[in-house]
Design a binder for this molecule. Structure first.
Ligand code: LLP
Length: 429
């Protein structure tokens, strides 16, 4: 993590900003995104593909982090967007990503969402079923517009990742069954309002081995040849996202290896190529600052609990996927304290509100601050206000600068949209 360093005086520093400065000013829990890391990772990815002689369009998967400032930083690097809802489409447009660089994925787009996408004139709609294709044809005709469509194929390949984030198996809800793809493509070409331009796939997330990609892309290549053999036109391939990062001791998925897999399996087909990375770009660029509320003794012989002021409502990944996030102290003094085993938990009333069991950490007492690492993707976006906990503040650091990019939610906002029907009080009488 090149942007993070520990200094004797300042403690943990991200880019050039001491994280204690941010925590002093805003309190915790607070999310911090590093703009420099986002740019560096985007450039490494783009360079890896450029080196194959066949550049790809990089459509950032907005679901990983939909903050306007994050989208703007990536847009300035040349990124497009992969969106999965009308809300994400609007966010991408608001952030300044041109419609011509936006692709709409997702297994259940509503008619208003299709309408919005067509009116905005986005590059491509990834259709996931025959049923959706019919619906899109109807909407496009009503709008008097033509939808550029890629069919998302389910290649029936095991991505070798967590079951909840695997998407390319026959048993998953995603994509069109492989053996129906060519017929549906031919059918699409006959539908009014539909212009089939290509195929798409996405086999899952946090993938660190290249073999599943290779297998899936080889199947995609077979489909391209079969489609062309039917005399049909195909010009675009969307290779999905999913490249994994190193949360613990995994080897991070290498962009160069992904570029080689895509180039090797699909490069000779003469189509435009695109990818939809989310986690790989944004994950390592973000962290979550938290403070130890108290240190609680457990049963005799058991590790103590460090109860944090961050919880599962902020960072849901550990409770949802048993995900491992690195935890490090913010102060240099804490960082060199003798190590011990602890359970790191949040204050929410569920046992699943645990950030790490049996972690070896330097001794930290109440008031000590720490950072949960690799939270830039699927962190803030998955937060809730469970237990009436307001959404945490967000900060962006960039070189020596930092700025609040989202205020901590005010407690009163939690019930601002609630209303009590008048008869509730009447029945009390
Ligand atoms: N394209 C499509 C169609 C997707 O469904 C996804 C992610 C991506 C691209 C981006 O995948 P990435 O490059 O970020 O792996 N909340 C889970 C991850 C869910 C991923 C859903 N789809 C987590 O925290 O691990």
């Amino acid at each position: 993590r090149p942007a993070l360093s520990m200094h004797a005086m300042d403690g943990l520093v991200l880019e050039e900003v001491p994280l204690n400065t941010i925590a002093d000013a805003l309190g915790t829990p607070t999310w911090v995104m590093s703009a420099g890391t986002l740019r560096a990772r985007y450039q490494r990815l783009a360079t890896a593909f450029r080196a194959t002689g066949r550049p790809v369009s990089i459509h950032f998967a907005v679901k990983a982090n939909d903050h306007l400032a994050v989208l703007r930083v990536l847009a300035a690097q040349g990124a497009g967007a992969d969106v999965v809802s009308g809300g994400e489409l609007q966010r991408a447009l608001m952030a300044g990503i041109p419609a011509a660089r936006i692709v709409f994925s997702g297994v259940g787009k509503t008619m208003p969402e299709m309408q919005a996408a067509l009116r905005a004139g986005i590059a491509q709609i990834n259709v996931e079923s025959a049923e959706e294709l019919e619906l899109l044809s109807t909407v496009a005709q009503a709008e008097g517009l033509e939808a550029p469509v890629a069919l998302r194929i389910n290649p029936d390949v095991d991505a070798g990742t967590h079951a909840k984030i695997t998407t390319g198996l026959a048993t998953n809800k995603f994509g069109i069954p492989y053996n129906r793809a060519v017929d549906l493509y031919a059918h699409a070409a006959t539908l009014p309002g539909i212009r089939p331009v290509g195929l798409a796939m996405h086999i899952g997330s946090q993938i660190v081995r290249m073999q599943p990609y290779r297998t899936a892309y080889a199947r995609l290549a077979d489909l391209v040849r079969a489609i062309r053999a039917r005399g049909l036109h195909i010009e675009a391939l969307d290779c999905g996202g999913g490249l994994g990062i190193s949360y613990r001791d995994e080897t991070e998925g290498a962009p160069e290896a992904l570029a080689a897999a895509i180039h090797g399996e699909l490069g000779g087909l003469g189509t435009r190529l695109a990818i939809e990375p989310g986690r790989w770009l944004a994950g390592p660029a973000g962290l979550l600052l938290s403070t130890v509320i108290l240190r609680k003794r457990g049963y005799e012989g058991m590790p103590p609990f460090l109860v944090l002021d961050a919880a599962m409502n902020d960072l849901m990944r550990p409770s949802l996927y048993d995900a491992w996030h690195g935890i490090i102290p913010l102060s240099a003094r804490d960082a060199v304290a003798p190590a011990e085993q602890v359970h790191v938990v949040g204050p929410v009333c569920e046992s699943g509100d645990t950030f790490g069991h049996d972690r070896t950490l330097p001794h930290m007492d109440a008031g000590a601050r720490l950072a949960l690492l690799d939270c830039g993707a699927y962190g803030m976006v998955m937060s809730s206000t469970y237990n009436a906990r307001p959404l945490a503040a967000q900060v962006m650091v960039d070189g020596g600068h930092w700025a609040v990019i989202r205020e901590r939610q005010a407690i009163t906002e939690l019930w601002a949209a609630d209303s009590i029907p008048p008869w509730v009080d009447e029945t009390l009488l």
